[in-house]
Design a binder for this molecule. Structure first.
Ligand code: NAD
Length: 299
């Protein structure tokens, strides 16, 4: 029998499925629960165990990881009557890797302390997208106690390559909010450049290749270049989720008196895409908003 901690994984979506499978590959025993049956079947086929409820998934787990869309799902999954905190065994470590508000992460840590079961809690949102999840190359930004972080560090190392404790509960979420601001503004600049280049008659593939080798280069451009060229907007990271994240960073910045002028404009463009029915597309679909503004369509 392996000495590795037993893992429960709640939320097997675009990110949770490949991440949990990386833990299986690293030798961990992983029991998962999610809402879609086919995702449970996928975990079982990869060597994990499918559970019929959160309670069943977490009962024997040493480390419980949640990766669900947003605050309401985190509140239901972690704090609900049938949720993680109610059913976790004494002494378990609970890691929420969803991107949510820092306040909810703090509330989860407080609820866990009040449960009086010696639970440890970390917020640990990620960056790197679906590709980063598949390749176990995520950036993981954590908040919580140093001793809890150090204890589960090997689990993080099986999921990502840049793993940093950023501060107390909620600090991981604050850093993730900054991450989403940077990604959105970068995507918007790339989308504007694409329309400008195409309208100018320059070969887009050649232009993006050379731009990505200079100071204008970025992980965003590397990962999304082909989405722009092919107009392939299958997610990836859905506009709906980035809309949620722009709300988080806008609120968090307002609460500390930080102005985000470029972020505010891009937040409106993300909201506009959503209003036009594009919420299910990848966030590289910001290009569509820019195309509409310029009356442009790819040749
Ligand atoms: P997703 O919608 O693909 O998956 C979410 C999963 O949560 C679904 O499988 C769903 O069944 C599950 N879920 C929801 N409510 C549940 C409940 N009550 N009980 C059990 N399972 C439940 O979302 P995703 O793209 O995997 O994103 C998950 C989180 O990671 C989000 O907070 C997102 O912002 C963040 N994130 C996503 C990406 C990305 O590129 N997709 C990158 C970094 C961070």
């Amino acid at each position: 029998m392996s000495n590795l901690p037993k893992i429960a994984w709640i939320g097997l979506g675009i990110m949770g499925s490949p991440m949990s499978e990386n833990l299986v590959r690293a030798g961990y025993q992983v029991t998962g629960f999610t809402l879609e049956k086919e995702k449970l079947d996928r975990l079982a086929a990869a060597g994990g165990t499918a559970a019929a409820s959160i309670a069943e998934a977490v009962r024997e787990a040493d480390v419980i990881i949640t990766m669900v869309p947003a605050d309401p799902q985190v509140q239901a999954v972690l704090l609900g009557e049938d949720g993680v905190i109610a059913h976790a065994r004494r002494g378990a470590t609970v890691i929420d890797m969803s991107s949510i508000t820092p306040q909810t992460s703090v509330a989860v840590a407080r609820a866990a302390a009040e449960a009086d079961k010696d639970l440890a809690v970390l917020d640990a949102p990620v960056s790197g997208g679906e590709a980063g999840a598949v390749e176990a190359a995520l950036s993981i930004m954590a908040g919580g106690e140093r001793s809890d972080f150090d204890r589960v560090r090997p689990v993080f190392d099986a999921l990502g390559t840049t793993v940093v404790l950023c501060g107390p509960h909620g600090a991981g979420q604050t850093v993730k909010a900054a991450n989403q601001l940077i990604v959105a503004v970068n995507l918007q600049a790339c989308a504007e450049a694409v329309v400008f280049l195409e309208k100018s008659g320059v070969d887009l593939g050649a232009a993006l290749e050379v731009l990505n080798g200079g100071l204008a280069g970025s992980t965003v451009l590397t990962r999304k270049k082909d989405n722009f060229i092919e107009r392939d907007f299958r997610p990836g990271f859905r506009i709906d989720l980035h809309h949620k994240d722009m709300g988080i960073v806008t609120d968090a910045a307002r609460s500390v008196g930080a102005a985000l002028p470029a972020g505010a404009v891009v937040a409106q463009l993300v909201a506009s895409l959503r209003a036009q029915g594009d919420g299910g597309l990848d966030h590289s679909a910001l290009l569509r908003a820019v195309e509409r503004l310029s009356g442009h369509q790819a040749a």
